[in-house]
Design a protein around this ligand. Structure first.
Ligand code: ME8
Length: 559
């Protein structure tokens, strides 16, 4: 049956290859992966792009320090990013390197188009030049160092040079209106206010080129109309989002559904890039989402402090607690909103035990084990969608499972549309926790024991209750597992294999795609996708073993 295929395009920043990847790069790409998986699960035609930004001066400098050509160093690090992303289980559809022809040729063409339309023009650039370093420094840096070189202490010179400028100023009104009315959604809301506040101070022309100086590394894309100039790396890098889909068969993905990044580079994405696109006659992105930073054990991560959480440390966590547990922790505890988040080992173990080992893992084992124990692993039949539990005060509480599940599925989808991915996942955890509470309230193990011992007051009713409790719990957990899948694709696929209900094309491959969209898959007791009475449940290994909080952090992260 053909599925509705709404195109959806999700991007991450393209990362500098002057150095190796760390937790920050993995985090944004993980968010993109979770979003991409969630949208695929909803039946959308998703294109998820990540990649590397290679033409920066810091790349050629880092290469020179190692006696390598910029391309050799860039290639080595691009491979490290690819490796890290493979290890994290990312499902990106492409990986762009800005040194590839497909990018350089189209980026040049866009710049030429902007020159032709008069949106890029030659102008004078005036700034503080450091002759000892052959570079311009910003007004604030110059002032801070009393107009002397921050590196050598020699006097700075006020210099003027000709550069190409993009007429950002022309689009101030256009942009302001679109951000204000959410045609371009800037999220989270605090970031929207911040960007609007800055726009209101006025937009100025931005330099888009650098004149090539003698001795410069031959690195970067030249201005198509003036090869004495190189396109400023930021301007060219932004173009990657369009260069990769500007080809037959991929145009349908434009405009981008969401550009993801951290707050450091929001201005480029929420202001400069939409205006460049508008000038090119292209639609601006629908959403620009800027999260906050990971910090480490309470301190900002920086090169000078040397406290970046490295990929090897993430690998050690994945090895000890499983990759899916790491993905869960990062997505649900990370700096998705406006505040920074701390990577602390103690917190990891706390979340792992509470939400995974004692949460979804325990709920799935309990329900699976009871079906194995009381019904020889054959899922019992149950026609009811609700169950009334007796409370101690004698008031019954009705558990309308079909309604509970559909409400949480809706909540999950709505949160996902607003990139609140942690909340989207939490809806799945909440459903699983409801099952746990349901079992605690209905005590199926006591009912089974009483029937077995012949002490149950009404054994026929008892058996019926046992059927209903276990069928409903299993079906609710099946739906919960769909909502948890974007963060934990392998563990959820494992559960589906044990419960003989895989919604995947290939039950052994969590990336094989779903056989129906979430709207169908998550329907309570769906005749095709629901847990089927009579099907077999295997007693599998626990999805998550409990962790000992006293054990040291794997890979040596913090306390
Ligand atoms: O800025 N916490 O590349 P970049 C969370 N090439 N995320 C972090 C982080 C942290 N502590 N540190 C880095 C560039 N990130 C440009 C982008 S796009 C056209 C060009 C993540 O290698 C976060 O996504 O410095 C941030 O925006 C990005 O890495 C910066 O990566």
């Amino acid at each position: 049956m053909p599925e509705p295929q709404q195109p959806c395009y999700i991007t991450t920043p393209i990362y500098y290859v002057n150095d190796r990847p760390h937790i920050g790069h993995c985090y944004t790409t993980l968010l993109a992966d979770v979003a991409a998986r969630a949208h695929r699960l909803m039946g959308e035609d998703v294109f998820f792009l990540t990649g590397t930004d290679e033409h920066a001066e810091k790349v050629s400098k880092a290469a020179a320090e190692r006696g390598l050509s910029p391309m050799e160093w860039a290639t080595r690090n691009a491979e490290r990013f690819r490796d890290a992303f493979r290890f994290m289980g990312f499902s990106n559809d492409d990986f762009v390197r800005t040194t590839e022809d497909r990018h350089t040729s189209r980026a040049s063409a866009y710049i030429q188009k902007l020159v032709d339309s008069g949106d890029i023009e030659l102008g004078d650039y005036e700034g503080w030049y450091d002759p000892s370093q052959e570079e311009y420094v910003t007004e604030s840096v110059a002032k801070e160092h009393d107009y002397n070189s921050p590196v050598t202490g020699k006097p700075l010179e006020k210099r003027t040079e000709q550069n190409y400028f993009f007429r950002l100023d022309k689009y101030e009104g256009w942009l302001k209106e679109r951000i204000e009315n959410d045609t371009i959604r800037v999220l989270p809301p605090a970031r929207k206010n911040e960007v609007l506040g800055r726009i209101k101070q006025g937009l100025q022309k931005v330099p888009v080129s650098r004149r090539i100086k003698p001795g410069d590394a031959d690195w970067g894309i030249r201005m198509p109309n003036d090869p004495e100039h190189r396109i400023y790396v930021w301007i060219e890098a932004l173009c990657n989002y369009l260069t990769v889909v500007d080809e037959p068969g991929r145009r349908k993905y434009w405009p981008a559904t969401v550009h993801l990044m951290a707050k450091d580079i929001l201005w480029f994405h929420a202001v400069i890039w939409p205006c460049m696109l508008h000038a090119l006659g292209e639609e601006p992105p629908r959403t620009v989402y800027a999260h906050a930073y990971w910090i480490s054990e309470g301190r900002k991560m920086s090169k000078s402090l040397g406290n970046f959480i490295e990929i090897d440390q993430l690998r050690a966590y994945a090895e000890k607690y499983s990759l899916d547990a790491l993905r869960w922790f990062l997505t649900t505890q990370g700096p998705l909103g406006a505040t920074d988040a701390d990577f602390a080992h103690a917190r990891f173990v706390e979340v792992y035990n509470a939400e995974l080992a004692n949460g979804i893992g325990n709920a799935a084992s309990r329900v699976g084990n009871m079906i194995v124990k009381y019904f020889d692993g054959v899922v019992p039949a149950c026609s009811k969608t609700g169950f009334t539990t007796e409370s101690t005060e004698g008031h019954g509480e009705e558990n309308k499972w079909d309604e509970i599940a559909s409400e949480l599925v809706c909540r999950s989808i709505n949160a996902c549309e607003e990139v609140r991915l942690d909340e989207s996942l939490r809806a799945g955890l909440e459903l699983s926790n409801r099952v746990d509470a349901f079992i605690a309230a209905t005590r199926p193990f006591s009912i089974a024991k009483e029937i077995d011992k012949g002490t149950h007051a009404d054994p026929a009713r008892g058996r019926e209750d046992l059927h209903a409790i276990l069928y409903q719990s299993a079906e609710a957990l099946r739906i919960a597992s769909l909502l948890l899948w974007p963060a934990m694709p392998s563990k959820m696929a494992e559960l589906w294999r044990n419960w003989d209900c895989s919604p995947l094309h290939d039950p052994d491959d969590p990336d094989s795609g779903f056989r129906a969209p979430l709207s169908e898959l998550a329907t309570w007791a769906h005749p095709r996708w629901g847990i089927k009475p009579g099907s077999t449940v295997r007693k599998g290994e626990p999805l998550f073993m409990r962790a000992d909080a006293k054990e040291p952090a794997p890979g040596g992260v913090g306390s």
